[in-house]
Design a protein around this ligand. Structure first.
Ligand code: GLV
Ligand code: GLV
Length: 342
C-alpha cells in the first residue's frame, strides 16, 4: 500500500514538476515512451484521429519540445506558437512537413530518424516492385472472389523482374539499399542524381550513372528515392512519363508530390506505363479516385518504415534527440539544421 506521506510527496512532485515539457502528437512504440517519461513531462495526444494544426498550436504555449509525425504541418505559425520551443523531433527521415528556415531562424533544433529505416524501406520497395510486376494484389483478389477454377496458360501474366533494367532516381541510403537487392535479381541498375556519385559508391551498388532522360528511356522499372524539396516537386511529370519505355513500371516510396499524380493517371490510362506501385500520394491521405479504379496500381498507406523493429528504433532515436537537447543541452545526434549552433 502506498503510504499517505508518499502519495502526498508524489502529488507535490507532480505539481512542481520542473522537467522540460514535450508534446507528442501520436502514441509511439513503448521503448521510446519509457525513456522519454523518465526524463521529461510528456503530453501525448491520444485521440483516434490525427491531431490538427489548431490543436498543436493550442498545446505549444508551454512546450520545450515537440515530437511530430510526417503528416503534421509544422509551419511558421505552429513554430511561432512555441515560445519556449527548443527542439522539433520528427518521427521520420523526411522532414518536408517542417518549415526548417523558420525553425533555424528561431534557433530551434530539428531532428529526423535517418539510417534505421533504410533497409526496411528498401524491403517495401522491392515488395512493391514484385507485387505490381507479378500482379500479386489482383491475383489475390481473384482467388478471394472464388474465381480460380483451374490452372490456365494465360492467367495473370505479368512481367519478369529479374535481369530487367532498374532505374533508381536518387541513389541515397534507401536507393542504394534497393540497388543491393536488385543485384540479387541480376538486374541492370542505372541511376540518376543531380551530380554523379563517387566511383566506389557506383561499384558497391553495381549502378551506372545516366542523365535523367536516359534513366527514363531505358528502365523497365523506375523507382524514386529523393526527398521532397522545391526542386524535386513534380520531378516525374507529363514530359518524364512521355520519355518512359512503353510498359514500364513506376514505384514511389519517397513523397507523393515528387510524382505528378494527374500525369501518372494519364500514363496508366493511355497504357504508356504498365503499372505503378505507390506508398505515398500527392494529396496524402487523399487518393485520386482513378488510381483506386485502375487494376494495375498497387496502393499502400505510407508503410515504408512500418516494421516492429524499425518503428521501435525510430522511437528510441526520437527520445535520444529530445534528451540530448532538453536534458543535456547538447547537439542532438540527428540534427538537420546545424546552422543553429554556429
Ligand atoms: C517516411 O516516409 C519517413 O520519411 O520516415
Ligand atoms: C534516407 O535514408 C535516404 O535515402 O537518404
Amino acid at each position: 500500500m502506498v503510504s499517505r506521506w508518499k502519495l502526498f510527496t508524489y502529488r507535490l512532485d507532480a505539481m512542481i514538476d520542473t522537467r522540460p515539457k514535450v508534446l507528442l502528437t501520436k502514441m509511439l512504440p513503448q521503448a521510446g515512451i519509457d525513456s522519454l517519461k523518465k526524463r521529461v513531462e510528456l503530453e501525448i495526444y491520444h485521440d483516434e484521429k490525427l491531431i490538427s494544426k489548431k490543436e498543436i498550436i493550442e498545446r505549444m504555449q508551454d512546450k520545450n519540445g515537440l515530437i511530430c509525425l510526417l503528416g503534421d504541418p509544422i509551419d511558421a505559425e505552429v513554430i511561432s506558437a512555441g515560445k519556449k520551443l527548443k527542439i522539433i523531433a520528427n518521427y521520420a527521415v523526411g522532414y518536408n512537413n517542417i518549415d526548417i528556415k523558420e525553425a533555424t531562424r528561431r534557433k530551434i533544433a530539428v531532428t529526423n530518424t535517418p539510417g534505421v529505416l533504410t533497409e526496411t524501406t528498401a524491403d517495401l520497395t522491392f515488395s512493391l516492385i514484385l507485387s505490381v510486376a507479378r500482379k500479386i494484389v489482383e491475383a489475390d483478389t481473384f482467388v478471394r472472389e472464388g474465381k480460380f477454377i483451374g490452372w490456365e496458360p494465360m492467367l495473370f501474366l505479368g512481367s519478369d523482374v529479374h535481369h530487367k533494367t532498374l532505374g533508381i532516381i536518387g541513389l541515397g541510403r534507401i536507393g542504394r539499399a534497393v540497388a543491393n537487392r536488385a543485384r540479387g535479381f541480376g538486374m541492370r541498375i542505372i541511376y540518376f542524381e543531380p551530380e554523379r556519385l563517387p566511383e566506389e559508391v557506383e561499384r558497391e551498388c553495381g549502378a551506372e550513372y545516366q542523365g535523367l532522360d536516359n534513366v527514363l528511356k531505358e528502365s523497365d522499372i523506375i523507382t524514386v528515392h529523393v526527398p521532397l524539396t522545391e526542386s524535386t516537386h513534380h520531378l516525374i511529370a507529363q514530359k518524364e512519363f512521355s520519355l518512359m519505355k512503353k510498359g514500364a513500371y513506376v514505384i514511389n516510396v519517397s513523397r507523393g508530390p515528387v510524382v505528378d499524380e494527374k500525369a501518372l493517371v494519364e500514363a496508366l490510362r493511355d497504357k504508356k506505363i504498365a503499372g505503378c506501385a505507390l506508398d505515398v500520394f500527392e494529396r496524402e491521405p487523399k487518393i485520386e479516385q482513378e488510381l483506386l479504379d485502375l487494376p494495375n496500381t498497387v496502393l499502400v498507406p505510407h508503410i515504408g518504415s512500418a516494421s516492429v523493429e524499425t518503428r521501435t528504433r525510430m522511437a528510441v532515436m526520437v527520445a535520444e534527440n529530445i534528451i540530448a537537447v532538453l536534458i543535456h543541452g547538447c547537439k542532438p545526434p540527428n540534427l538537420v539544421n546545424p546552422e543553429i549552433y554556429q
